[in-house]
Design a protein around this ligand. Structure first.
Ligand SMILES: NC(=O)c1ccc[n+]([C@@H]2O[C@H](COP(=O)([O-])OP(=O)(O)OC[C@H]3O[C@@H](n4cnc5c(N)ncnc54)[C@H](OP(=O)(O)O)[C@@H]3O)[C@@H](O)[C@H]2O)c1
Length: 268
């Protein structure tokens, strides 16, 4: 499928980073785009960027300001969005926040916020869109992380949320398939987006050292991975050579190698 002409794509977190990069890529292939995030200024700016990537002036680009943690508002807003932007063919759940810090420094409120946005945000989004996705040969993509497959030093909150997202995807895959929805999960390593700038405020030096192993990818690379997952109907993609290799070794050695390496690196 080289063209996405007439395909309606909804993207939570579409105003920044990975979600925005995918919105630009999909709009350059002819898709209609609806982005969902909170900050209206960022949404308006993103909408302009997406428009300028469009193949034709007949494509629709809409931006909706909504907090994916607010289930009540989301459940009310989605039917209205669908009236305006059409039935969803593809839903990408990219809204998320990060945090790397020592266990002792992560407050209960920090932990709750990460769970609310990264887990409940996806749950509520899926609940809100499910009846529109069902039995229509549609596709749904969830953003987990390499930190959702391998426990990473100082990622106790973020890692917990991303393991949950992977678990949710693995459980829902077959159930969704029964109802004509293909489900994919993407597990990137570090990606160069505004998310990283936030993370830099608290990430310990030792954690940065560990993350260097898998390197940094661009948001455009992850957008390509999302597109590949959709076009090839792949369940899971771990983008990047180093992250794929790390994930493979982690499984082959039953986690022993990655744990040993972490223990060595934090002693340096
Ligand atoms: N960057 C990385 O290193 C990396 C690596 C692996 C996985 N990921 C995952 O990839 C996804 C996208 O990350 P990114 O790097 O693109 O981050 P980003 O550039 O910070 O973008 C996050 C997006 O999510 C939106 N968002 C956050 N909280 C929201 C909420 N409660 N309701 C609605 N929208 C919300 C943000 O807009 P507003 O703040 O305006 O709402 C923004 O559009 C996340 O799930 C992240 O965990 C990122």
């Amino acid at each position: 499928m080289k063209s996405l002409h007439g395909v309606n794509i909804y993207i939570t977190g579409g105003s920044s980073g990975i979600g925005l990069a995918f919105a630009r890529l999909a709009s350059s292939k002819g898709a209609n785009i609806a982005i969902i995030a909170r900050d209206t200024k960022k949404l308006e700016q993103a909408k302009k960027e997406i428009y300028s990537a469009c193949k034709s002036s007949s494509q629709k680009v809409e931006a909706y300001s909504i907090d994916v943690c607010d289930a009540k508002k989301l459940y009310k807003a989605v039917p209205k969005m669908i009236q305006q932007s059409g039935n969803p063919d593809i839903l990408v759940c990219a809204a998320g926040v990060g945090l790397s810090n020592y266990f002792e420094k992560i407050t209960d409120d920090d932990f709750k916020k990460i769970m609310d946005i990264n887990i409940f945000g996806i749950w509520y989004t899926l609940k809100a869109f499910y009846r529109y996705l069902k039995n229509r040969n549609t596709h749904c993509v969830l953003l987990s992380s390499l930190a959702g497959l391998i426990g990473v030093y100082t990622y106790s909150a973020y890692g917990t949320s991303k393991f949950a997202v992977f678990g949710m995807a693995d459980c829902l895959r077959s159930e969704f398939k029964e109802h004509g929805i293909t489900l994919s999960v993407i597990c990137p390593p570090e990606v160069d987006t505004p998310f990283l700038q936030e993370e830099l405020k608290t990430i310990p030096v030792k954690a940065k050292r560990i993350k260097k192993i898998t390197g940094v990818l661009s948001a455009d690379t992850i957008a390509q991975s999302i597109m590949k997952a959709i076009l090839k109907k792949k369940f899971m993609i771990v983008p990047g050579f180093m992250s794929k290799t790390t994930w493979l070794l982690h499984r082959l050695l039953n986690g022993y190698g990655t744990r040993l390496l972490t223990d060595i690196l934090i002693k340096l």
